[in-house]
Write a protein that binds this ligand. Sequence first.
Ligand code: VGL
Length: 181
Amino acid sequence: MKALLIVDVQNDFLPNGSLGVKDGDKIIPIINHLIEHFPIVLASKDWHPEKTVHFDIWPIHCVADTKGAAFPSELNDKKIQQIFYKGTDNKDDGYSAFEATNKNLAAYLREKHVSELYVSGIATDYCVKASVMDALKENFKTYVITDAIKPVNQNPGDDIKALNALEKEGAILITSQDILK
Ligand code: VGL
């Protein structure tokens, strides 16, 4: 079974958001196409308390139940079967979707007989990277959809470094075209 994981496609990570990622909105139409293609569609959400150690190092973003933490209206979220909430504790950065506190992602994937996980979303160099690393540690065959992710790139090239590190650990880089053809 194949599953699509949409990491943190939330208003605060789009260009006008409090931790806006350049061209973050551009991946939404691609993700909308991918959603139609997968039998299992899952998403993670950054879901922080108002005060958290995470905001010592990042601008305030994705506070639980705020507009910034919501899915963008452009995202076709109707087919998302389960959302995994992470970073919910005030001492927890929660970069990886596998750190979700409402439901255990690895257990969920095994329960649904998922063997191949396809990862999209924001940000390549943080939450996508952490989620893919954990997926590999949990022994899922893990694909990174390179045109369906966007980086923070605090330092230029952080995205390339992240993708190289993920490939080294066994992730497979793929494009949405390869999946949709
Ligand atoms: C993220 C930086 C801080 C992400 C979350 O979703 O990749 N990046 N918090």
